[in-house]
Write a protein that binds this ligand. Structure first.
Ligand code: ZN
Length: 341
């Protein structure tokens, strides 16, 4: 059947050259200076538009500084598949661990002039945390590129479809195999960001919360960032704000990254900032961080980070400044924080 554009869509298309159902990539005037706690230089094929494209996107969006990591997994293009997959969900092909991702980040960032380089905070992520030897890779990266790395992560543990598509048995956040990495992070004053789903796509209780909490409890000297508060696509946990309140009260060494699907699925309710979330953030103004979780492509980056203006506008100005910018920077190693002054 032939498809016709609805009249309103057609009018917008003629006026702007874009379809109304395409994401709006234009930046709005900057009203909050931001730092981004979660950004992947490369995608699941280890491809990138490059650090210059990230910088241009940051400039358009009013983002001063960003965490930057590679992607610890790469999507295999299997002989069974005729089309090259671009994303891990594109087909049934598997994913495998790819340590060279850290070298890609190091090469790209260290090639920048000093003033640009200082806007990036590079994290080591290219290891399989289910391997007791994984810490050797982290040590090697620190040895090869001294004073370059400012954190570890995104450590991939439970991740719904990605877990199912990855060869082998991906780690859980509290496995012993990760202990040496968490300890090394504390010893080197590096924060650790961890992706660890809080539940399955079927249950509505936080059945895996204990895995993240065990890791946090076992390593009180390690500063953890919990990526998207344990939420992935299709994970629905109605008690999430209460669970986070309890976790944040019990443990001082964890911050919550509110990036990615958390925004639409939780932070915004009926088109407005969810009051339960605003109250929780105000209760713990030092513990929440804004992130984009972009992977490799940065055309819609301004939209992806500036949508947080809706949350920041609903907070007290001082809380908004902390959540939008200062809280992430406060987690960086002391040597980095002191050099920034
Ligand atoms: Zn991510």
């Amino acid at each position: 059947m032939k498809q016709f554009l609805p009249f309103a869509t057609l009018a917008i298309f003629l006026a702007t050259g874009t379809r109304a159902d395409e994401p709006d990539t234009s930046a709005v005037p900057v009203r909050h200076r931001l730092s981004d706690c979660h950004l992947h230089l490369v995608d699941f094929l280890q491809r990138t538009e490059g650090a210059r494209a990230v910088l241009a996107a940051m400039d358009r969006a009013g983002v001063d500084e960003t965490m930057i990591s590679g992607m610890p997994l790469v999507k295999e293009w299997s002989q069974r598949e005729h089309q090259q997959p671009q994303y891990y969900l594109d087909d049934d092909g598997r994913c495998y661990w790819y340590s060279a991702t850290d070298v890609l980040v190091q090469r790209e960032i260290s090639a920048l002039p000093e003033a640009d380089r200082r806007r990036f905070h590079p994290f080591i992520c290219g290891f399989n945390g289910a391997d007791r030897n994984a810490v050797d890779h982290v040590k090697r990266m620190i040895e090869w590129y001294p004073n370059f790395w400012e954190g570890i992560g995104e450590v991939m543990t439970r991740h719904d479809d990605l877990t199912a598509l990855t060869y082998g048995d991906p780690p859980h956040a509290d496995w012993d195999t990760l202990d040496p990495i968490y300890d090394l992070a504390a010893k080197n004053d590096l924060p650790v960001s961890v992706h660890s789903d809080i539940s399955s796509v079927w249950k509505r209780q936080p059945i895996y919360l204990d895995e993240m909490e065990n890791a946090i409890r076992k390593h009180p000297e390690t500063r953890f960032i919990w990526c998207h508060a344990g939420i992935s696509r299709r994970i629905v946990v109605p008690t999430l704000t209460d669970d986070l309140r309890r976790l944040l009260t019990a443990h001082a060494n964890v911050s919550i990254d509110v990036s990615w699907v958390l925004f639409d699925a939780y932070l915004i309710k009926d088109g407005k900032p969810d009051e339960k979330w605003i109250a929780l953030i105000e209760e713990f103004p030092d513990r929440f961080l804004v992130g984009s979780d972009k992977v490799g492509k940065f055309g819609d980056y301004p939209h992806e980070v500036q949508r947080y203006y809706r949350i920041l506008d609903a907070l007290k100005p001082e809380t908004a400044r902390k959540v939008g910018r200062d809280n992430f920077l406060a987690l960086l190693p002391k040597r980095v924080r002191e050099a920034r002054r």
